[in-house]
Design a protein around this ligand. Structure first.
Ligand code: PHE
Length: 332
């Protein structure tokens, strides 16, 4: 009778118990299976009726069994879930958030100083042609000053990885008539590697072209920049130098950030640290971009961002910037 196993199933409280009930009724020697043996003793008319009744019993058993099994499984799951709980009162701090790379931080600081002073930001390609990287900057093919640049050539004589941000000067002046007042921050490449040189590094170029621009404007601009980044007690001096694209040219020195100009190991006792190259735009460059040097004059400067970062943070190996050790990066 169906009511028999129905009651047993109903009373059972575990999957194990349920399974033994299944064996008891549905197993090979189970009570329902044994009914099949009776079939052989029945007459031809009775047999199909009995067969159908047995099948109904089986179906009935399966339905009840599955229902109960599901109920038990759900109860087990609910019990397990109620053991785990989320403590919503726990503090979400500290967040493990990233931070800006020290080179990017200084990069942004320098860009801010100049944009606040009315400069626009210009950009150019890192894969540059010979004309923009050299020729238009008054560095013709045979010029010995090309040697200084440790160039990565991509194609034997025309395409290079830009060795400085100065080609952006050329690109800006090609497309924009004076007045021009831009900075060009970006990645540059030189075939050089040691404690203070990396084959990939960053520069910021500055270019101002207008009527009546003088070297005094250049020095005032550099002084402003140095005081904003390093503090306004530092002296600035221009030391005569040479770049083919500026005339006159100078090296920019500032009072040593370490000893504030008194003389220490960092500045080799001189009290001065070199931080940029600069000069008045060479008329030869103006001619390449169609600006009349009789009407306009301009100044330009270029500096390495890593170098500024090394000085500002007191780091002595540029390679630390590219190793991406979290121990190092977390300090900024
Ligand atoms: N381009 C020069 C360099 O990379 C720096 C510079 C820029 C000098 C502009 C003068 C004027 O060394």
């Amino acid at each position: 009778k169906a009511s028999e196993f129905e009651e047993e199933i109903e009373k059972s409280s575990s999957l194990d118990e349920l399974n033994s009930i299944r064996i008891k009724y549905m197993g090979k020697k189970g009570m329902i299976s044994l009914l099949n043996k009776v079939l052989g003793t029945l007459s031809n008319e009775e047999r199909p009726k009995m067969g159908e009744a047995i099948q109904n019993l089986r179906n009935n058993f399966e339905t009840k069994f599955t229902e109960k099994a599901n109920t038990i499984k759900k109860a087990l799951k609910d019990a397990a879930l109620s053991q785990k709980y989320i403590d919503v009162t726990l503090s979400p701090y500290p967040f493990n958030k990233g931070s800006l790379h020290p080179v990017k931080k200084i990069y942004d600081e320098i860009v801010d100083v100049f944009t606040a002073a009315g400069y626009s930001v210009a950009q150019g390609p890192e894969i540059e042609d010979d004309f923009h990287n050299f020729e238009a900057l008054n560095l013709p093919k045979s010029h010995p000053a090309r040697d200084m640049q440790d160039t990565f050539y991509i194609d034997e004589n025309n395409i290079v990885l830009r060795t400085h941000t100065s080609p952006v000067q050329v690109r800006v002046m090609e497309s924009q008539k004076p007045p021009v007042k831009i900075i060009a921050p970006g990645t540059v490449y030189r075939c050089d590697y040691d404690q203070t040189h990396s084959p990939m590094f960053h520069q910021i170029e500055g270019l101002v072209v207008d009527k009546g621009i003088t070297m005094a404007d250049l020095k005032g601009t550099l002084k402003l920049f140095i005081s904003r980044i390093f503090g306004d007690d530092l002296d600035v001096r221009l030391r005569p130098s040479f770049f083919p694209f500026t005339e006159p040219s100078a090296e920019v020195d500032m009072g040593c950030v370490h000893c504030r100009g008194k003389g220490c190991r960092m500045c080799k006792g001189t009290g001065w640290i070199e931080i940029a190259g600069c000069g008045m735009v060479n008329p030869a460059v103006f001619k390449h971009v169609g600006i009349d040097p009789e009407v306009y004059s301009g100044f330009a400067f270029g500096m390495g961002i890593e170098r500024i970062a090394l000085l500002k943070y007191g780091i002595d190996d540029i390679r630390l910037f590219y190793e991406n050790s979290l121990k190092f990066l977390k300090q900024f």
